[in-house]
Ligand binder design. Structure first.
Ligand SMILES: NC(=O)c1ccc[n+]([C@@H]2O[C@H](COP(=O)([O-])OP(=O)(O)OC[C@H]3O[C@@H](n4cnc5c(N)ncnc54)[C@H](O)[C@@H]3O)[C@@H](O)[C@H]2O)c1
Length: 353
């Protein structure tokens, strides 16, 4: 098979993970073109990864007939626009999470996928982690029974990435849309993607971005700027599903917490499982509770390996036409939950669907 020629749009922080993973899948992919509003940044990545074309306008990259598939790694406010343009230009798309900023945008992207017949994979990278695959096998085989409750936290005590992340116009929101998207998606995916019936949530803007704090480092946007912060710093939510299952989640960019916290826990009527902070199954056998630790290379989420798998499977979908593990429809459903959280918090009441 010929290699898939890749165009990457948005050469900031996360692009490195895409480019590294494509370069490790060099039997199936060729990193062909890089685009960024910042030409020097695009050129630097092109030099590092051997791309022969460099653009500062994504329309020009999309007009390049050699480009077969694109990775969209830009600010959230451009995901829908670029994804739709790419699909209409006949390109397959891997779009970073979140799919976009609003349900309306998400539905437009879904429509463009249908009309184009092209592959669109949403960058729900946690689905591609080895431990997630192991847990999915246990759930699919019925060993945990019916999953009726999930609980996830992604709490940063100091971790507002600044720049576009903290500008609501470009990001669409704060930790809900940036971090909540990951943990909500992985819980919902493990629960079997039940239909959402209601969301009740709170958001808080109490601490600001705490750019004054010294001696602790954290993830920052390529163009870090602490001067504008129009996003929430904490949110919590209770999401109810049609099958009676529920999901409780809390996320923060900053919080007076002793330490960062990441947990993803699912409870079924035959057993439970923790994906984070460490993979752990909880079963019952012969009237005895067993805490079982699957033996895998990494006890928690392995970012580089999950990324490589995500890219490998995207390339597989492009070449085979198989539906991605994280298709556009799932991106739409997750946007409904994320936007439901913001709507419920703004109205101070439960949102019903
Ligand atoms: N999967 C993950 O775990 C993960 C982690 C971090 C970020 N992300 C997502 O990746 C995306 C980018 O995040 P980041 O941390 O790399 O941000 P970043 O600020 O470091 O990089 C974004 C880049 O996009 C460029 N850009 C913006 N609009 C553009 C346009 N119209 N055309 C060309 N270039 C454009 C900017 O100049 C910048 O270089 C976001 O959607 C974010 O949510 C995902």
């Amino acid at each position: 098979m010929t290699k898939v020629k890749i165009g990457l749009i948005g050469a900031g922080s996360i692009s490195e993970s895409h480019l590294d993973a494509y370069s490790k899948n060099d039997q199936t992919a060729e990193i062909y073109a890089i685009c960024d509003l910042n030409g020097e940044r695009a050129q630097a990545k092109a030099d590092k990864y051997g791309a022969t074309r460099v653009y500062t306008d994504y329309h020009e990259l999309l007009a390049d007939s050699e480009v077969e598939a694109v990775s969209i790694c830009t600010w959230n406010n451009t995901h829908a626009e670029i994804a739709i343009a790419a699909l209409r230009a006949g390109k397959h798309v891997l779009v970073e999470k979140p799919l976009c900023r609003t349900v309306e945008e998400a539905l437009q992207v879904e429509q463009a996928v249908k009309e184009s017949g092209k592959i669109l994979q949403v960058g729900f990278v946690r689905r591609y982690d080895r431990n997630a695959e192991v847990v999915r096998q246990f759930i699919d085989s019925g060993e945990l029974g019916e999953i009726y409750y999930a609980k996830a936290s992604c709490l940063r005590r100091l971790g507002n990435p600044g720049g576009w992340f903290s500008d609501i116009e470009r990001s669409g929101g704060g930790p809900v849309i940036d971090l909540g998207v990951h943990v909500i998606d992985i819980c919902w995916y493990m629960m079997g993607r039940p239909k959402v019936v209601s969301v009740s949530a709170n958001t808080y803007n109490k601490l600001g971005n705490r750019a004054n704090v010294k001696n602790l480092s954290f993830y920052k946007a390529a163009d870090y700027d602490a001067s504008k912060n129009t996003v929430e710093d904490l949110a919590n939510a209770l999401i109810r599903f049609e099958n009676g299952a529920s999901l409780m989640v809390d996320v923060s960019f900053t919080l007076h917490a002793k330490q960062d916290e990441l947990s993803v826990k699912l409870y079924g009527d035959k057993g439970g499982v923790e994906l984070e902070p460490n993979i752990q199954l909880v079963l019952e056998k012969h009237d005895t509770i067993l805490n079982v630790t699957p033996q895998t290379d990494s006890t928690s989420f392995n970012f580089p390996s999950a990324f490589q798998n995500e890219i490998r499977m995207f390339l597989h979908s492009v070449q085979s036409g198989d539906t991605p593990r994280s298709p556009v429809q799932d991106g739409v459903e997750v946007m409904k939950m994320l936007c439901g959280i913001y709507e419920s918090a703004a109205k101070g009441q439960e949102i019903r669907y």
